[in-house]
Design a protein around this ligand. Sequence first.
Ligand code: ZN
Ligand code: ZN
Length: 351
Amino acid sequence: MASMLVKDNPILLPLNVEKTVYDGFITVQVRELSLYYLAIQGCLFSLLQRLHQSTDLVGFILELKTVLEVCLKKLPKCYSIPPPQYYSQLILEMETLGWDKLLFIDTQFQILRMKAEDSSGRQHILTINLKSKHPAEAPECSADLPVPLLLKWTPQSSLNQLYSQFLLVIEALTEFWDVLDEIDAKTWILEPEKPNLSDTMRRIAIANNVSIKVEVDPQHPKMLPECCLLGAEHVVTPLRNNLNANMHLWNPDSGVLQNLQDVLEIEFPSPATHEKSMFSVECGICYSYRFEAAIPDQVCNDPRCSQPFHQVCLYEWLRVLPASRQSFNTVFGECPYCSKPITVKTAAQKS
Ligand SMILES: [Zn+2]
Ligand SMILES: [Zn+2]
């Protein structure tokens, strides 16, 4: 039973040890000493073995000292262990917060991953990096969010308060994620390939080589998002005209997806009606769909050609041809397929 606990959730061990072996008597010493132990990976089983073999407390403490010394010698010199109060404080704070929220804790007891759920049942992870001077020094927190994570901390704060603040943050973003979840479920998303909770952009397929890039505002998710139509001019122009003419009809009370279809006067192809392969046409130069995460977003404007290209591929192709000319950041040349005029902007500089 005890060894199972060590394996599954090492932090439960010292509490268990106290209760079963030296109940009440060595609360302070064993809790802190064994927490030191727990910070040192690989010593758990020998500690447990000795604990079971010891017949009295003095014998156990001596054994403990020996094992501790051996383990400390194995540690790199730069490794500094926080003071004992750090661990007792952490245990107390975790007891208040609830161990069931803890997904992961590293062997140094400094990085914690807590799970949280918003009111739509979406799972979130809050990563907390505790400083050695915890709680005097604020921990570093991070999560997969579309906005910067700003949590308040004072030396009197606790993990419980931190967690409550995080729940408020994710609750305020629930509407934003609901909007994107509906888009993800009912349309074909070309980009990002696997959206994260922090992604605000979606490139939605409209037809073969035609798509719309929408940028949803996390603070105002139901308002008209920033839109950019991608595709051949003869297809994109009428859509852009519809968007401009109908923009005023946008109704924040109905869904973003429905609004987009209404203002563009289209129906988005959905997984229920179309196969995704219809929209993932490969680049006419490198013959692949994805090239370093990019998908073809340049299209020949000739309606009979409409060949898609990656921006990088088309730029590199046109740049070296003597018939092409460059003006500022735009290269003018001929489509490699139909020889009609085609332009491409310089590939964005990679940082
Ligand atoms: Zn390409
Ligand atoms: Zn062409």
